[in-house]
Design a protein around this ligand. Structure first.
Ligand code: PGA
Length: 248
């Protein structure tokens, strides 16, 4: 039985004060949440969030990491730096990083490797563009993205990887994949992993992301192969996020 995982991706949102308010709001409603809950917060607020969530069920995540350990990489953040703040999870390969910052499948695979080498669990994001879906290429794109990571880290490493399927056309658009569309792609992802290792295919958590909100979460999370959600916009409102956490 795979545990439900709900991860909030705050992206470049909140202020110092809003970050505190949001975390305290989430903490106040966590008592009856059974899912594993992760908040991926902006780097400048990691320290304060770390202090607030100590001894709680909330887990801290980062939104990115650099493949290098240290050095002349202005503006970047290393695995060691995020670990200093109790971070255990890191989003890797988000579509915004792929499209806006030129992260290729190969760079994403290297980032997954660096995360694993540092005992961080990557939330490894994959997903197709609208034109890919419309031209019937969803599986081609998704398998290329996964294969790059299998080639880099090997199938066994998926024991420590969380996959997040996020159709790019559903991210931040208010257009959610239907439960059937999401479930079908999750089955495809699992079948691809199963070609390498049947047990790993069954145990790897595969989250859905893309306009998941309190009105569609239950239906999506009820699908057999959807093990949780990566939530952007709806993770910025404590009550909405909590409702999603409870829907799983
Ligand atoms: P969204 O973002 O929920 O706002 O669509 C999801 C994501 O980008 O991870």
């Amino acid at each position: 039985m795979r545990q439900v995982i709900i991860a909030g991706n705050w992206k470049m949102n909140t202020s110092k004060e809003e970050a505190d308010t949001l975390v305290m709001g989430i903490l106040s409603g966590m008592a009856d949440v059974k899912s594993k809950v992760i908040v991926c917060v902006p780097s400048p607020y990691m320290s304060q969030v770390e202090a607030l969530i100590v001894h709680s069920q909330l887990n801290l995540g980062a939104q990115n990491l650099n493949i290098n350990a240290s050095g002349a990489f202005t503006g970047e953040i290393s695995a060691d730096m995020i670990k200093d703040f109790g971070v255990q999870y890191v989003i890797v390969g988000h579509s915004e990083r792929r499209s806006l910052y030129g992260e290729t499948d190969e760079i994403v695979a290297q980032k997954v490797q660096v995360a694993l080498d540092n005992n961080l669990t990557p939330l490894f994001c994959i997903g197709e563009l609208l034109e890919d879906r419309e031209s019937g290429n969803t599986q081609v794109i998704v398998s290329k993205q996964i294969q790059a990571v299998i080639d880099q880290v090997g199938i066994d490493a998926f024991k420590n990887i969380i996959v997040a399927y996020e159709p790019v056309w559903a991210i931040g658009t208010g257009v959610t994949a239907t439960p059937q569309q999401a479930q079908d792609t999750h089955v495809f992802i699992r079948s691809m992993l199963a070609e390498h290792d049947a047990d790993i295919a069954q145990t790897t958590p595969i989250l859905y992301g893309g306009s998941m909100n309190l009105s569609n979460a239950a239906e999506l999370l009820n699908c057999k192969d959807i093990d949780g959600g990566l939530i952007g916009g709806a993770s910025l409102k404590a009550q909405d996020f909590l409702q999603i956490c409870k829907a799983g």
